[in-house]
Structures are given as C-alpha cells and as structure tokens.
Write a protein that binds this ligand. Sequence first.
Ligand code: GUN
Ligand code: FE
Length: 437
Amino acid sequence: QRLLRGPLFTCLGDPGEEATPLPDTTRYLEDGAIWIVDGHIRAVDAFEALAGRLPEGIEIVDYRDKLMMPGFIDSHVHYVQLDIMASYGRELLDWLNDYTFPAECRFADAAYAEAGAERFLDEMLRVGTTTAQVFCSSHPVSVDSFFRAAQRRRLRMIAGKVLMDRHAPDALTDDTLGGVRDSERLIADWHGRDRLDYTLTPRFAPTSTREQLDAVGGVLRSAPDLYLQTHLSENRGEVAWVAELFPESRDYLDVYERHGLVGPRSTFAHGIHLNDDQRRRLAQRGANIAFCPTSNLFLGSGLMDRLACRDVGLATSLASDVGGGTSLSGLGTLQGAYQVGALLGQALTGWQGFYRLTLGNARALHLDDKIGSLQAGYEADIVVLDPESTPLMARRLSQTTTLSERLFAMMMLGDDRTVAATWANGRLVHERDAVAA
Ligand code: GUN
Ligand code: FE
C-alpha cells in the first residue's frame, strides 16, 4: 500500500474541442492523493479527505511540486524500429525498403530481440508511456521477447507479429498460412495473460496476398476479442500501389473490408488520404484511426484531418509511429498533433491533447475500464510530470494563470525531461533523478 500525494489531473470523459472543457469531463486536485493497493487505485481524492481513512504507517510519496496524470498510451508504435528513427530523406515506400526492412531483419536473433525489447521499454517508461499497441517484426521470437519483457515489468501491452507474404525481403517473408499459424501459437501463449493482449498484425495491404488476408480475417472471426492493427492510406504512392494490386477493390479500405479485417478492435494507422465515405464506413464498424503526427510530418505523408473524422463519429487515437515518428514521447506526439492541427485550422487544446493521450486512447483500445483515468478501481499506471523540468518551462509556467494555460504550455514545451517518475501496476518503474547504486 502506498499514497502518492500532490496535484493531479485526470479526464473522466471527452472534454470536447472548445477552450473550456465540457462539464464533469475533467478533474483537477491541487493537493490530491492517489491511494494504491495491490497495483490498483483504491481511492483518489483531496489529501485532507483521504488522510483520516488511511491505514497506520502507509508509505506516503511526496509529489507536491509535481503534477500526476494517468500513464500515457501510444496506439501505434514499432518496437523494432527504434534504431532507425531519423533516417534521412525518404517517403514511405523507399523508407521501408532502404531503412525499415533491413532493421527488422535483425530481430530474427533471440538475443538481439530480447535486448531490443528491453531498450524499447526503458525508453517508453522514461517518457511516461505505460501502454502501447506494438508492431513486432515477422519473427515469432521478436514477439515472445517483447511479451516476456513487458510481463517482467508488469506492463499493460498489446503486441503482434507482423504478417507479410510478399513484396518484402525473403528474410522477413512468411509462408502464407505458416505466418497465420505462428500468430495462432502466439495468441495461445500470450493473449489475455497477465496484462498482455494480442493484436493481429498484417503489415499493410501491399505485403499480404489475398489468401493471407483471408486467413487473418478467419482468425479474427473465430476470436473477436483479439485486436487487429495495420496501416491505411498513409502516402499517395502507397494508395496508388494498392489500387494496382487489388483492382477488384473500389478503394484501399475495401481491401480490408473484403477480408473481414474492419471491426471495433481494429486500429488503422494514418488514414490521411480518405474520403468521407471511407471515414463513415470505418465509423460504422467502430474502428479507429491512429493519428501519427510526427511520422506524417517526417515522412511528408500529409496532414490528417482529425475533425473530419470526428464529424462522422470516427474515433481517432494518438500514436508515435516510431520509427517513422520522430519522438517516442507522448508530449512530443502532442506537439506534432498541435502543429498539424494548426495548419488545418483545428488547433488542439491542452484538454483535448491530454485526453487523447490517456482516456481517449484507452477508449479507442477498449481499455477505458482499466487504464487512462485516475479513479477508484483502475490499474495504477501513473506519470509524474515536473512543471519545472527546465528553466524555460519553469519561467513560462510561472507566468500562466489558468490550468488550461498550464496544461497547454506543458504539452508544447515538455519532453523526456518533464517525466519525473513513472508508475506501472502500482510500482515505481522509472525515476528521472534516480542515482545509480
Ligand atoms: N506502412 C507499412 N509499413 C509501415 C511502417 O513500418 N511504418 C509506417 N509508417 N508505415 C508503414
Ligand atoms: Fe506504423
């Protein structure tokens, strides 16, 4: 048992897009406290209100000069691409061939995959991200390594083996049905174990045959509580290639629809070059688009129209898409989202930004009864932000007068230095100022 004491901010619902949040959607406590028992939140309240109810001798962690929030969530990231971040000068299809595929080949090796998974999770916790939906490589060992590393740290993670049976180097290419059988073995071993879930992961339409996509649809039909993740309409050259490869489909999304891959637990990364008809079809099935702003800017893919999705009831989640993305940090992702929004005349507020990063992403992933909010009964995944993490931020925040301004300034000026500590399942899993023993 433990009590974390200090200012805290959490969302209880979608605050909306306006400068003032909708009523009852946010909660801020100046001198708050989170009571943690057995990895879960027992209660959240003002410190004074909780103080009388606490057991004798409970450990109190003092974060009174910090700001606590739910751990950040990343709905789309490739752990096997950490080492190719900031690879120069290509758009999507050349970037895949020149940088991505060679990097993923190395994950055939168990020791390399194991070390890569540990390095990735160290980095995630350093930036305050406690849950992610993760692409591994096409090698089953890359998935086993990732899940084992996440399990050791008691993290809530969703991951899957990439499926590709064409248009990729031999070392990454599955046998059409063998890749699906490998996925089924991984599902049996990992799906629903501890805090882990499996996500079926056909890379994108161009790298799977119809037969492979069909088999994936079959698995999803037989086990609808599985997740599915892939890429959709990220880049104009990609969209044209899909039209060539699948002439029978009326558009890119139709390829996935025909094979039964579009459902309420499906995440489609990017979805930049879509029309309203496609947006509506995705919305009707309850799928979500993972908005990956830093990746879209870095690869020159385009500007994702978040409000066009919202207007037709299509859920968007927020994601780093590392290695296409230039920042693993949720705060970095928010900065990109603000910039893309500013260019489209739909600037993101701090309220909506932090909502997306926490409860919004939890909802998109159907985990909003477990994570994404600071409430009794939720799993105790918490990020502790330092409003004075740099002299510049300290000065800027000393000039702000409202919570709205403070949240926005932290969102725009924050980075890994802003994360003072990260807790997962009620345990301290990262501390910025920890001194090496
Ligand atoms: N489309 C197919 N594969 C990938 C990938 O690894 N990253 C991105 N950003 N887009 C993709
Ligand atoms: Fe991606």
